[in-house]
Design a protein around this ligand. Structure first.
Ligand code: PEP
Length: 253
């Protein structure tokens, strides 16, 4: 159930400009200086679509992978004003894509739509970071497990290439709020996701499951004892090279 490689995925959201390559550059230098550490820790930065091609061309790094944060579900070109598809993002340099983020679910993305996006991203051989999580309303009504099960069941299919899918458990009430779950509850939820995923999708292996929600350079130490967590999706703190590097450094597994 425990993977040796731990993922540290930054989600820059709608932040960042060309000059912020300096953040990537500093993280890359840290990666170079800590080559040994990075045998067990993988760094991925998911940036705005406007920056992916520029960063990719400038980076030439084996220590950092780059990704994006959403796409249109349609696989070819089409009359979808303002949208980009997975193929365009792949060509621009993305290796990873975050899908199903609660900020997009709140804007109306359904499980069914997310499934279409996952299919088109997998067809482009992108690695999918699939976000699931309950709202505070659902948590208070003890619906966490049923919500997570529904999100997995309705967006993933047995024949998907599961090696290309990473689950990010992100309780909605924890994103950008400085609130994190109780560690014993979190451990049980991560275990539930792993077991349920394996059962529902009839896979041989457990999936990789990350935690996301208000992770920072200080509280990261609290997560270290939960060996079932395969890494972290980091929002706000990934826009500072210092905080992001300290998260990677301070996590001791
Ligand atoms: C996120 O948006 O995926 C996230 C985890 O945000 P934050 O770390 O800022 O809570």
């Amino acid at each position: 159930m425990t993977n040796k490689l731990k993922y540290f995925i930054g989600n820059w959201k709608m932040f960042g400009d060309f000059g912020d390559f300096k953040i990537i550059h500093k993280i890359n230098r840290f990666g170079y200086e800590s080559r040994k550490l990075l045998k067990k820790k993988k760094i991925i930065l998911c940036v705005p679509n406007t920056l992916i091609h520029f960063f990719k061309k400038k980076l030439e790094s084996k220590f950092i992978s780059l990704g994006v944060q959403n796409c249109h579900y349609h696989e070819g070109y089409g009359p979808f004003t303002g949208s980009v598809n997975a193929a365009m993002l792949k060509k621009a340099g993305a290796e990873y894509i975050i899908l199903g983020h609660s900020e997009n679910r709140l804007e109306g993305e359904s499980n069914k739509l997310i499934k279409k996006k996952i299919i088109s991203s997998l067809n482009q051989k992108l690695n999918v970071v699939f976000c699931i999580g309950e709202t505070l309303y659902e948590k208070k009504r003890n619906k966490t497990f049923s919500v997570l099960r529904k999100q997995i069941k309705s967006s993933l299919k047995k024949n998907f290439n599961m090696n290309k899918i990473i689950i990010a458990y992100e309780p909605v009430w924890s994103i950008g709020t400085n609130k994190i779950p109780k560690m014993n509850e979190l451990k049980n939820i991560i275990k539930f996701i792993k077991n349920d995923f394996k059962k529902i999708l009839k896979t041989k292996k457990y999936p990789k499951v990350l935690y996301g929600g208000s992770v920072n350079d200080i509280n990261i130490r609290l997560f270290s004892p939960i060996s079932e967590i395969d890494g972290f999706l980091i929002g706000g703190a990934s826009q500072s090279s210092k905080k992001f590097i300290d998260i990677v450094r301070n996590y001791y597994k």
